[in-house]
Ligand binder design. Sequence first.
Ligand SMILES: [Zn+2]
Length: 486
Amino acid sequence: MVQAPFRFLKLHKLSRHCEERSNAEIQEAYGSPRSSWLHTMTGGVHKFLVAVFALLFLCLSTAQAAEIQKDQFISDEEIEQTLTDWLTKIFEVANVRMEPKVLLLSSSDVNAGATLGGMIIVYTGLILKCENVYQLLGVLAHETGHIAGAHSARAADAQNQALVPAVATMLLSGAAALATGSSEALMAGLMGGSQIFERGLLKHSRDQEETADSAALRYLTALGWPTRGLSEFLNLLDAGYTGHVDPYTSTHPLSNERKEKVTLFQKESHSTVDSLPKEEEKFQRIKAKINGFMNKPDAVLRSYKSDHRSIPAQYGRAIALYRKGKHSDALNLLNALIKENPSDPFFLEFKGQICFETGKVSEAADYFRQALKLLPKAKTIPVLLAQALLESPNPEGKTLNEAISLLRQVTDHSPENIFAWRLLAKAYGKNNQMDHVALCLAEEAFLLNELPRAKVQAGTASKSKDPVVAERAKDILKQIDPAASG
Ligand SMILES: [Zn+2]
């Protein structure tokens, strides 16, 4: 059975190709505006990225695996949003003028790293290792310290690292777009996901570690957050005597001296609060979610027992029951959670996904709609809702218009979202707007680098009576073949 709320992709071995890129191309890929860089980047990088994407989609059609595997990208609205909210606050006090972008990698390894462009890679193993939110906040603040200190940009292999954000953004938008619960396979079988990241993650110097540690404690203090987490986390790393070394310590060298300094900084920092109960609950929820989706359901059910009344425990249990195919037990738990927390968008999103998977598409649409109302800026829920609307029997009129409007918002904001273009073509088709269908298919083919197909579809769309459609179609034709069009 397909597992819904996580969407994941694996990355192909890319590092070798990255080395061949020129600085200018990297700058172009990395420096372009978020929502339109794919359409504006130079030919070389564009071709390289679309080739990666095409490869990915090729694999999608044959993907079978139902379990989340190691070294896959995960896209999950709740986890990304929780981490991004914390990082936004930390970036602000650190004076880092970028939007944080979280990349979640499914891996039992404990690691995290900052790359260029405000991107922070978080391994799920890190979240599972942390015992409380203060430890995770300590690590996130430390990574922000590396960004603020421009430790990546100064490194000799920054060029190799520079493509990571561009490739990752693209693959993640594909991952998110592939939505959940659809009949299409959700998983890609590309090999070696973490390799590009392990290459991209820098091995920092002792000096850089010290700078990032002291910066982290300054940020936490400025936010009025407890500062004890970083030193707790560093002590956790070698608490075991199993001989296992966490990869974190290879990218962030750990020494007794470093630990002593952190403890000393922390004692001097005088944090004003010693707990953040709301943040702690959010942390335990995302930890339960990762546990629920990634570990064996029976083990999850053993660790979150039925008499555990906390929200994270109930949530973890509901996910594990769902993964065991016990949908009605999962729904019972989820309904109780929703009753107590009627305005929690993520419970509603999860319920929508269970409904969708069990064929109750109109109920699914209702729950997605409620979730979206509570979370208007959500990135994946609009696609889920549109998909549920289009799967309902004979959608027409209001339903079709709603789906079209949702998908147009997604493609306006994320024009690289292939799955959204495909769904939008389907929606226009049901509405008999064939010029729009042709344009959406041209966009999709262009993103997949299927240029002959893109040319045919754009040619059809360019004859549209709607000037906006015709104009964009001509623009695509021009990009495919700059010499031919005048
Ligand atoms: Zn570090």
